[in-house]
Unconditional design. Structure first.
Length: 403
């Protein structure tokens, strides 16, 4: 049983914020779901709705436990996106709001964003900076078109964009996205890769100290540990082709600072996921079965052998990279399955060049006076960022012998 995050229930310091977020989502999403569908227009991408909640309630909004305002952005577009990503509308609301329980991961990155998991760990609520919020609104049309054209995109699946306003005027922007990691599998190693090396090492003491779940390692740890993305020629091509298309979009939109998040589940080790939903017993004889191994895609029968208890979101399985037990199973150079599953995606992709520069300048003033260092960490524009990123991932996806 692996515990992830802290349960946010009554009495927790962020309970009111969480409660208000979920109430806003519940009311606005169910309202939008009830509306008749019609083809999206440009206005739908710019649309926003404001709701004012108070303790007594009124003819427009039901009563809530606290006073707050809630804003829902481009509801019809996100409804369409959720449908595209095969989420069941009732399921989505149930996962998020049925019990009003979230699990708070705190703020794992440097940005100060907070992360919350839905009770079933399928969804992540991330509070974002106002600039990221504006960015998502700005690129929504392009993101939408990209996702429609490339349904197997590795870029984060966005399900909602909202804003909460607390009584003293404090505004919290947040997005809802897919949790790349399955609720029922233990992730043995996690990496956040950018193709950059500066500051890209998770220190040893942090690695040891984190017992709750695998610590998030970075580029230098990846190299130190001599990791490789193990994909045979068939799957490698599928993966890199998609990644190239995704990075092209991010370059065009002038976005950077994103990373490839990779969680690796070693099927020979077993163990259960965040909620201990199921314990799966590896059955290596199935993986050694030459007929099931012949297929570059995971044989459904063998996938089920690892699967006991609640299944991973059945809806996601129609997407290439979330197909094998919710991920993408490794293959060797002859395209035979290896008992390792990758859970990966391109995350944190709403930052643009000017913002990175600002962050890095602040960081520079705070952390270093060293001129040489300054050159190394200076921000590079989106095109170069994307090129460096792709170059690194491509190299790491090549078979060891060829490097
Ligand atoms: P920074 O800007 O400092 O990098 P951030 O606050 O923007 O941090 P992210 O980079 O988005 O945060 O994510 C931080 C960590 O949260 C990731 O390394 C990963 O462990 C986890 N995480 C983020 N998005 C997802 C996701 N979609 N699925 C699973 N885990 C995620
Ligand atoms: Ca990041
Ligand atoms: Ca960030």
């Amino acid at each position: 049983y692996v515990l992830v995050g802290t349960k946010v229930s009554e009495g927790h310091q962020n309970y009111v914020t969480a409660y208000n977020m979920l109430t806003g989502i519940r009311v606005s999403v169910s309202r939008c779901n009830a509306k008749v569908k019609s083809p999206l227009t440009d206005a739908d991408f710019r649309e926003s709705h404001k709701l004012a909640f108070d303790i007594s309630g009124n003819e427009l909004t039901p009563s809530a436990r606290y006073d707050f305002k809630f804003k829902d952005y481009a509801p019809k577009v996100f409804r369409d996106l959720r449908e595209h990503f095969r989420l069941d509308p009732a399921d989505y609301l149930m996962s998020l709001t049925a019990k009003y329980i979230l699990s708070e991961l705190g703020s794992p990155g440097k940005s100060g964003s907070f992360f919350y998991y839905s009770r079933d760990f399928r969804f992540i609520i991330k509070t974002v900076h106002h600039s990221e919020h504006k960015m998502l609104r700005l690129i929504l049309r392009e993101y939408y078109d990209h996702v429609k054209k490339h349904p197997h995109t590795l870029i984060s699946q966005f399900y909602g964009l909202h804003r909460l306003e607390l009584p003293f005027g404090h505004k919290v922007h947040f997005i809802i996205m897919n949790n790349l990691f399955p609720p029922d599998k233990l992730i043995h190693r996690t990496y956040d890769l950018k193709g950059s090396f500066l500051g890209r090492l998770t220190a040893k003491d942090k690695v040891k100290q984190s017992q709750e779940r695998a610590p998030v390692l970075k580029d230098l740890n990846w190299l130190q540990n001599q990791e490789k993305i193990q994909l045979g020629s068939i799957k490698r091509q599928v993966f890199l082709n998609q990644l190239e298309k995704d990075i092209k979009l991010l370059q065009r939109l002038n976005l950077m600072d994103y990373s490839l998040l990779i969680g690796i589940c070693d099927l020979t080790l077993g163990g259960s996921g965040p909620r201990g939903l199921s314990v799966f017993e590896p059955k290596p004889e199935i993986n050694n079965n030459p007929t099931s191994l012949a297929s570059p895609r995971l044989n459904r029968g063998s996938s089920l052998a690892y699967h006991t208890g609640r299944s991973h979101s059945p809806t996601a399985s129609s997407f290439t990279f979330y197909h094998d037990l919710g991920g993408f199973q490794a293959t060797d150079e002859s395209n035979q399955l290896i008992p390792e599953i990758y859970y990966f995606g391109v995350i944190d992709c709403l930052t643009n060049y000017s913002w990175v520069k600002r962050l890095e300048t602040e960081w520079r003033i705070l952390e270093t006076q060293d001129m040489k260092q300054e050159k190394l960490i200076s921000a590079i524009p989106a095109r170069e960022y994307g090129e460096r990123f792709l170059k690194f991932i491509k190299l790491e996806a090549q078979p060891k012998s060829k490097v």
